[in-house]
Design a protein around this ligand. Structure first.
Ligand SMILES: Cc1ncc(C[n+]2csc(CCOP(=O)(O)OP(=O)(O)O)c2C)c(N)n1
Ligand code: SF4
Length: 514
């Protein structure tokens, strides 16, 4: 039986020195996260914080949990992979407005769209903090920074609108200085099944100080923010005397409660269609109070649950896969240095001589609908040794070209292994070489040496290689023969395309493929 360990805030405080500027809003976010996690009843080893790059992205260092300070903008991608690999983890993505919406905008959209069960906290300070104050996608139009000295000319992103547009299933907003509210929102995010997106208004005291002052200043905040409460009318103002109503044009409008009854106001519904959440996200200063709280919380299918279900079903139908075998299956390539290109051991690699097999053939075997179905153990497990390949025709590498052609003809084979004094394989000479390099080109064959016409850079396999490997090499390079060597590099036998085809004929039958 596993023991339940009571965790406290201190358990989530790491031994790293926090390197944010004094007064940075990031401190408050860190403190609330460390306060909330022990209340979730999740073992500490199940938490993982994944960030991109930025001041905010230093967050994982300061959490005494697992963490990855990853690649700029790619935290959602890593988090998705991690969650699929281990769905039992509580995964948190920490990102900034630059990290999450500039370079990482694409990744953010897709994790939200997929509804992976993880939590995204976006620290929005409307600036690039780490790189010293360039404008970000959330900087308001006209913002003057080092990278926009005359003021930005573009429209800015509203993070909540962006993710609602991607049909996020949980969207919330909070403020770094509203610590209690922030803690509640983090808890709600953690409890949500699916992607939770939380925008935190975060103050960068160095490069964008006061950008959220209207929402944080005690004298103005009540007039400038609207606290969203599920099922409650939308009321705001220091004296709770104003509300939001839907106009006849289906637009929000501010009304005075002195003139309008509470029942006529908009009532917040976290499960309302996303268009209503989107409308709330468009309410911005100075025209409207900005909504704070949970905009949307709905249940939708969870990405990793669907993926795992598919995997389970596939295993049930086809058995457990083997990654090693997959690597050695047909769709793999060997990369040769440029110098060896076109220098494979069979001549005419680019254009097979007449009578050569069609290089698409193995592809047909593996991939075509209605292709071949295995009748016996697979070509991914049977080895070349199982085919009992014959020894090749061999000859000393010193023989003349005439002698080599004569020996091929006499033995009625298309392949000859050429050996040095120690019986080591130094080259191969084939009927393809005769067609491509000798016939109608060399007049006095007896005066030429075969070593000048052979292929010296030979691709070999051992008897333990699978038939799939041989087939793959043959398909890729148009090889019709592959020498099989022992550990000392001595040629033992030769596998021919013909013998592989014979094997396929014996072990596979034409069927419906899958
Ligand atoms: C590929 C790449 N491009 C650009 C950068 C430079 N860079 C580092 S952090 C950052 C933006 C950080 O802004 P934000 O996400 O808002 O984080 P903050 O520092 O404000 O918390 C940029 C552009 C980088 N590190 N790597
Ligand atoms: S530069 Fe800004 S965001 Fe970065 S640590 Fe300093 S105050 Fe915080």
């Amino acid at each position: 039986m596993s023991e339940t360990i009571e965790l406290t805030r201190k358990d989530f405080v790491s031994d790293q020195t926090v390197r944010w500027c004094p007064g940075c809003g990031d401190y408050a976010i860190l403190a609330q996260m460390q306060k909330v996690l022990p209340e979730l009843g999740i073992p500490r080893e199940k938490f993982v914080f994944i960030s991109g790059i930025g001041c905010s992205s230093r967050f994982p260092y300061y959490m005494n949990t697992y963490g990855i300070h990853s690649i700029h903008g790619r935290a959602p991608t890593l988090a998705t992979g991690l969650k699929i690999a281990n769905p039992n983890l509580s995964v948190w993505v920490i990102t900034g407005d630059g990290d999450g919406l500039s370079i990482g905008g694409n990744h953010l959209l897709h994790v939200v769209r997929r509804n992976v069960d993880l939590n995204i906290i976006l620290f929005n300070n409307r600036i690039y903090g780490l790189t010293k104050g360039q404008y970000s996608p959330t900087s308001l139009r006209g913002t003057k920074t080092k990278s926009s000295p005359l003021g930005t000319v573009e429209h800015s992103f509203n993070p909540t609108s962006v993710v609602i547009g991607a049909e996020a299933t949980f969207v919330a907003r909070t403020v770094d200085s509203h610590v209690q509210h922030m803690a509640e929102i983090f808890k709600r995010a953690a409890e949500h099944k699916g992607t939770s997106f939380v925008e935190v208004y975060q103050n960068c005291v160095i490069f964008n100080d006061g950008t959220w002052s209207y929402a944080t200043d005690r004298n103005t905040k009540d007039e400038n923010i609207l606290m969203l409460e599920d099922g409650k009318p939308m009321i705001f103002g220091k004296d709770k005397d104003k509300g939001i109503r839907l106009s006849g044009y289906l637009e929000p409008e501010i009304v005075s409660l002195a003139n309008v009854a509470e029942a006529d106001l908009l009532y917040h519904n976290e499960r309302a269609p996303s268009s209503l959440a989107y409308m709330l996200s468009r309410m911005r200063q100075p025209d409207f109070p900005e909504p704070i709280g949970v905009f949307r919380a709905v249940e939708e299918p969870i990405y990793e649950v669907g993926v795992m279900r598919q995997i389970d079903e596939a295993i049930k139908r086809r058995g457990k896969g083997d990654l090693r075998k997959l690597y050695h299956a047909a769709d793999t390539w060997e990369v040769f240095p440029d110098a060896e290109r076109g220098n494979g051991h069979q001549a005419g690699e680019d254009s097979p001589p007449p009578g050569e097999f069609d290089e698409a053939y193995p592809g047909v075997v593996f991939h075509e609908e209605g292709g071949l179905t295995p009748a016996k153990p697979s070509l991914l497990t049977d080895t070349l040794a199982d085919l009992d390949p014959p020894p090749p025709l061999t000859a000393p590498v010193t023989i003349s070209l005439a002698e080599a052609v004569a020996r091929l003809k006499k033995s009625n084979v298309g392949f000859m292994a050429l050996l040095d004094n120690n019986d080591k394989l130094v080259g191969v000479f084939t009927d393809g070489d005769v067609l491509a390099k000798v016939a109608c080109q060399v007049e006095h064959l007896a005066e030429e040496k075969v070593k000048d016409y052979m292929t010296a850079s030979v691709t070999t396999l051992t008897g333990q290689a699978t038939i799939a490997q041989a087939l793959h090499l043959m398909a890729l390079h148009n090889f019709r023969h592959i020498p099989i060597v022992d550990s000392a590099g001595r040629v033992e036998s030769v596998i021919s395309f013909r013998s592989v085809v014979r094997y396929l004929g014996q072990n596979f039958s034409a069927g419906n493929g899958r």
